[in-house]
Design a protein around this ligand. Structure first.
Ligand code: SF4
Length: 333
């Protein structure tokens, strides 16, 4: 029986209950906060029809200026580490940083976190250049229907993403994919997704629900329902007990968090972590996690963990990073 028939034969709450049992048996009780580290607002492709970077591309005259300062990136990593937040991945649009630059930034991140970083920097044939500073490679599959993928992401063919994931496996990296729900896929497409996860031996899947950007063709679309989202996540958890699942939800959908954790999420992402730290939204996020019976790694409310305005990581970078730490912590104490 394929998974879509299994879904139809089960009510969603039954799936969630089963998924929750499987998660508790195969994973720790900890829920992580995952921070995507965006290092540039420029993407040379700029034609995925849901992506705000496509709209940004028309406004950016000089791609160099869309690159973040490396010390600002490192300050963000240091603050995430203080607060117990994981780095979800290093993320950049196409042709914004060279492989060598990405490697150097990742090495500096490794010095702070003492862990390899995931990459989500597009299709690359240079994976062999990376070492222990990188733990895994993310393929931005985005759309779970291959035909829709061709139309929605015309410049990043699924075949090239898949080949990169095969290379990643051969080189000993972990493999992740990103999926956005709400781009026109149907429940039947979940069968395709389960086959893809099996075929490419995916270790981690990151789900997002569509965040409609007004300058894109999805500007007036509605994000998918929480029940549909939990249906998909619990189905993946039931089919793949060991896979790591990260779920993204936007600040106006924080109520999704609890049900997504019960459906199998190990971590949550996407909402603006720094902006909501210490606010009612931060408290709400912690409440959502608390009521699932899980334990949050890190904090949204404990101001003691913000630490000092000085960088504690490397005296050589300290002075340069400090300016960015001060900016981020402004009004937070
Ligand atoms: S390749 Fe990535 S960053 Fe570039 S337009 Fe597509 S989704 Fe956006």
């Amino acid at each position: 029986m394929n998974c879509i028939n299994k879904i139809k034969n089960n009510k969603v709450l039954d799936l969630v209950i089963k998924a929750n049992e499987i998660t508790k048996k195969n994973h720790s009780n900890i829920i992580t906060l995952e921070r995507a580290l965006l290092i540039s607002w420029w993407c040379e492709k700029g034609d995925c029809s849901f992506c705000y970077m496509a709209a940004e591309k028309k406004r950016i005259n000089n791609p160099e200026k869309a690159r973040r300062n490396v010390n600002g990136i490192l300050a963000e990593v240091e603050l995430c580490t203080r607060l117990g937040w994981n780095i979800e991945f290093l993320s950049a649009g196409y042709s914004s940083f060279s492989t060598e630059e990405i490697k150097n930034i990742s090495k500096k991140i490794y010095e702070i976190t003492k862990k390899g970083t995931w990459l989500n920097v597009g299709i690359s044939k240079d994976l062999k250049e990376y070492g222990k500073e990188i733990i895994g490679i993310t393929g931005s599959v985005e759309v779970v229907n291959p035909e829709l993928h061709k139309r929605i992401c015309p410049s990043k063919p699924l075949e090239d993403i898949s080949n990169m994931l095969t290379d990643a496996k051969d080189l000993g990296f972990k493999k992740a994919i990103t999926i956005i729900l709400g781009l026109g896929e149907t429940l039947e497409d979940i069968n395709y997704l389960t086959k893809y996860i099996k075929k490419y031996d995916i270790d981690r899947i990151i789900f997002y629900s569509l965040n409609p950007h007004k300058e894109t063709e999805f500007g007036e679309s509605s994000p998918p329902s929480s029940i549909y989202y939990s249906w998909v996540v619990s189905t993946i958890r039931i089919n793949f007990p060991k896979i790591e699942i990260i779920c993204g939800t936007w600040i106006d959908n924080l109520a999704n968090i609890g049900i997504l954790i019960l459906s199998g999420a190990n971590g949550i992402t996407k909402f603006p972590l720094f902006k909501i730290f210490g606010t009612k939204y931060g408290k709400r996020t912690e409440e959502e996690i608390k009521w699932t019976g899980r334990e949050l790694k890190g904090t949204f409310t404990d101001k003691n963990r913000l630490g000092s305005l000085k960088s504690q990581y490397n005296p050589n970078y300290d002075k340069h990073i400090e300016k960015y730490i001060k900016e981020s912590l402004k009004n937070k104490y």
